[in-house]
Design a protein around this ligand. Sequence first.
Ligand SMILES: NC(=O)c1ccc[n+]([C@@H]2O[C@H](COP(=O)([O-])OP(=O)(O)OC[C@H]3O[C@@H](n4cnc5c(N)ncnc54)[C@H](O)[C@@H]3O)[C@@H](O)[C@H]2O)c1
Length: 341
Amino acid sequence: MGYKKSILVTGGAGFIGSNFIRHYLEQRKGSRIVNLDKLTYAGDLANLDGLEQNPNYTFIKGDICDLNLVNSIFNEFEISAVIHFAAESHVDNSIENADDFIKTNIEGTYSLLKNAQDYWLSKKAGQSGKTDFRFHHVSTDEVYGSLEEHGYFTEKTPYAPNSPYSASKASSDFLVRSFHHTYGMNTVVSNCSNNYGPNQHFEKLIPTIIRKALSGDNIPIYGDGKNIRDWLYVEDHCRALNLVFEQGTAGETYLVGGDNEKDNLTIATTICGLLDKTIPKKSGSYTDQITFVTDRPGHDFRYAVDFSKIKNELGWNPKESFDSGLHKTIAHYSNKFLRKA
Ligand SMILES: NC(=O)c1ccc[n+]([C@@H]2O[C@H](COP(=O)([O-])OP(=O)(O)OC[C@H]3O[C@@H](n4cnc5c(N)ncnc54)[C@H](O)[C@@H]3O)[C@@H](O)[C@H]2O)c1
């Protein structure tokens, strides 16, 4: 298909957005990306180092909730597609205070949809606005709630979000759905499992384990460490996003997963074991630092994704093995941590 003009990427200074921008510009030479990011504590322009020189890349610091700003970006850059990553993304923060989650994840998504609707469906394009332009909303498998030991989420699983974060993402998914069903906007939604890889904020599980291990601190693990997540290397997610964005059917949702379920304690012991080999301590093992802490309130037990739809319809499969992905990830954060130390 190819949405070739200017693509507005939101939240491109964050973890997945920054990996995606590099991936997309590499894969789709000649495409132009405008990155709108507020640079909250989670955004870091260092994640995009070197791209300032690229004539197909423009960075704008700003808030997706700012309707006037988003409107001016649509008009100035003649935006023909949106890939929407910007969000408050850390569940623990949403439990502390959900204000920013409601604002950015719900109101921010609405601000983007409203501008896209004005620009594509009314003013500019008439009927072709329903086919030529695309709004891709990047979301999470957490909207489906928690699984017991067996079973998988599919695109037909009813939504049952449990945290303020997942509830805000679920709300934004529904807003996107409504703009397709009500106005005929060309939308797609992808819901992915836990990502890991370079550029993730140090607050998240895998970077936290590496940072705490190397700084000699306790490595905190919630509850008994038995909560299970499905882990996908971020580059594999970027390939899936590229496919869904370019080839996904309008109005559809695609689940993306790694077929790689691990409980949190296994993640921590595996990382500690690898660090023992690559950066050994003077004595003992990093696993000695693992400490169980009071569980997160309402902690979902298990997420697991049946991704046969994207596999069968778009030919996507995860490629990176957990072993090699984790080696790359540990190398990235160890270097970053040791450079700062
Ligand atoms: N990380 C995961 O494992 C995962 C899995 C599935 C889906 N997702 C979804 O993918 C998207 C990206 O996640 P991430 O892990 O890269 O997040 P992140 O927290 O690393 O990055 C979010 C980015 O959005 C920016 N931002 C926040 N509020 C903004 C606002 N009001 N206006 C403009 N920019 C703003 C931040 O500055 C940051 O650069 C999110 O929508 C998240 O829900 C993440």
